[in-house]
Design a binder for this molecule. Structure first.
Ligand code: PLP
Ligand code: ZN
Length: 412
C-alpha cells in the first residue's frame, strides 16, 4: 500500500544541486554537503491533512505524507514518536518561566535517535540496501542496531572506546557488529569510512545521508501538533552534538510555515558542554561555520562532537529562528540530572539534562524572559547511568568533568 508520501527529490542547501531520490545517495555530488528531502505539496489541502492527524495512531508515522517512505510495507517501526510533553511546574532558578519537557527517554532504545533511524532504515530498505554502518557516541548505534534487526538488514557500529558499557552491550544485544575506536566520534567516523570502503555498505552518519533528519523533523511536527496553535513554546532548548536534531526541528517549522500551518517558529537554543562547545562558540562569534574544538572533553558522550559536519546548517537553524546557544559545565549537567529525577521524577541522560542546567543561565542573560514558555528537549533516558559513578568522576576531576571556563561558556 502507498503511504501517500509527497517526497519529490533531494536538494543541497549549500549549492542548490538537485538529485533524484529514487536510488541510495549520501552527500551532495557537487559540493559534498548534506542533501535534504523535498516534498511536492502543490494543490495539497494541508489544512484538512493537519486536522485529520487527530484520528491517526500515536507514532511518528502519522506524518507519513511529509516523510520519505513510499510503500507502507517498508515502514520499520517499534512504535516510536508522540512522546509526552510534561509540565515541570516550579523549577528552581527559573521562576517566571513556564517550563515544559518533551521526554524522548520514553522512545524505543531510550533516545530520540530512534526517530531518525526508524525513518532512515525504512528508506534504506525501500532503496534495496542490505548493510548499514554508523559511527556513533552510542545512542544512534543502539537505534540503528534495533531498527536494522527489525528490517532484516546488517548493521555495524563504530563507537569511541569511552562509550558507556551499557550502551555497548545494548548494541551487541541486537546482533550488530561493534568496533571500538580510540578518540572521539570524529576518529570513529574516520576509521568507519576507511574500513567500510569497498564493502558495499551504506554510511548512516549524521547529516551524511538525507533521511535521518526527516525522522528528527518529527520532533518539531509533534511539538506544534501537541501544543496546539496557542500553546506553542517561545523557545526550545536542545542538547546539540552533531546537530541533526536542531536542523530537523528547524526543517519542520519551515515546512509547516510553507503550508500555512504555523505562523512563527519557536527560538532554537543549542546547549553544549563547556568542554566541547564549538557550535556555541560559532554562534557567539557570528562565524559562518563551526571550527573544530581542541581537546574536547565532557561526560555527556553524545555531545562530544568537536567538529560537526555541515555545521552551516546548524547555525542557520539557530539564526533563522532568532535563537542562540550557551554552554554548561559537567558539574551543572550532573546537578541537573539529579534535580530532574529527584524533584520532578524524570530520568535524563547527561545530554538530556544539559538544557535544564542552561535555564537559569539563559534567564540571567535575558535570552529567556519572564512569562515565556520554554520547552526542554529531553533526548534520552538516564536509567542506564549510575549517579554514584558520575558524581565520583566529578569528585576525582576526571577529564570530561571540568568546568572549562572557556570564553564560550557565557555565549548567547
Ligand atoms: C541523548 C543524546 N542527546 C543529544 C545528542 C546530540 O544530538 P544531535 O546530533 O541531534 O545534535 C545525542 C547524540 O548522540 C544523544 O545521544
Ligand atoms: Zn551541494
Amino acid at each position: 500500500m502507498k503511504t501517500g508520501s509527497r517526497l519529490s527529490g533531494l536538494r543541497c542547501r549549500a549549492c542548490c544541486t538537485e538529485v533524484a531520490a529514487g536510488r541510495p545517495v549520501g552527500t551532495c555530488p557537487t559540493c559534498g554537503h548534506t542533501l535534504f528531502a523535498t516534498y511536492d505539496t502543490s494543490g495539497w489541502d494541508a489544512g484538512s491533512w493537519w486536522r485529520s492527524l487527530a484520528g491517526r495512531s500515536p507514532d511518528l508515522w502519522r506524518y507519513r505524507e511529509l516523510l520519505p517512505v513510499a510503500e507502507s510495507e517498508n515502514i520499520t517501526t517499534l512504535g516510536e514518536g508522540f512522546t509526552p510533553i510534561l509540565d515541570l511546574g516550579e523549577v528552581e532558578g527559573a521562576s517566571g518561566l513556564r517550563v515544559l519537557a518533551k521526554d524522548d527517554g520514553a522512545m524505543p532504545t531510550g533516545s530520540f535517535k530512534a526517530r531518525g533511524m526508524s525513518v532512515a532504515v525504512s528508506r534504506a530498505r525501500e532503496l534495496g540496501l542490505r548493510e548499514l554502518f554508523v559511527p556513533s557516541a552510542g545512542n544512534a548505534g543502539t537505534a540503528l542496531s534495533a531498527y536494522a534487526a527489525r528490517a532484516g538488514l546488517r548493521a555495524r557500529v563504530y563507537v569511541p572506546e569511552r562509550t558507556p558499557p551499557p550502551i555497548r552491550a545494548a548494541i551487541r544485544s541486537y546482533g550488530a557488529g561493534l568496533v571500538e575506536v580510540p578518540g572521539t566520534i570524529r576518529e570513529a567516523g574516520d576509521v568507519a569510512r576507511l574500513r567500510e570502503k569497498g564493502r558495499g555498505s551504506f554510511d548512516m552518519s549524521t547529516l551524511r545521508e538525507p533521511y535521518r533528519v526527516e525522522g528528527k523533523k518529527t520532533m518539531g511536527l509533534e511539538i506544534v501538533e501537541q501544543s496546539g496553535r496557542d500553546g506553542l513554546p517561545d523557545a526550545i532548548l536542545y542538547p546539540t552534538g552533531g546537530g541533526t536534531g536542531i536542523v530537523g526541528m528547524a526543517k519542520a517549522f519551515e515546512e509547516l510555515r510553507g503550508l500555512g500551518l504555523l505562523e512563527r517558529a519557536p527560538r532554537l537554543y543549542a546547549i553544549q558542554p563547556a568542554g566541547c562547545a564549538p557550535v556555541v562558540r560559532a554562534i557567539s562569534e557570528g562565524a559562518p561555520r563551526v571550527e573544530p574544538w581542541e581537546n574536547p572533553t565532557t561526560l555527556a558522550p553524545g555531545l562530544l562532537v568537536p567538529s560537526p559536519f555541515s555545521s552551516e546548517r546548524i547555525l542557520e537553524a539557530v539564526r533563522e529562528t532568532r535563537g542562540g546557544g550557551i554552554a554548561v559545565t559537567d558539574r551543572e549537567i550532573v546537578g541537573a540530572m539529579r534535580d530532574l529525577s529527584v524533584r520532578h521524577g524524570v530520568s535524563a541522560s547527561p545530554e538530556a539534562a544539559a538544557p535544564y542546567a542552561a535555564l537559569p543561565k539563559l534567564l540571567q542573560k535575558g535570552a529567556l524572559r519572564s512569562g515565556e514558555t520554554v520547552l526542554l528537549y529531553l533526548t534520552g533516558t538516564g536509567l542506564i547511568y549510575s549517579m554514584d559513578e558520575l558524581e565520583g568522576s566529578l569528585a576525582r576531576d576526571e577529564p570530561g568533568t571540568r568546568g572549562a571556563g572557556s570564553a564560550t561558556s557565557a555565549a548567547v
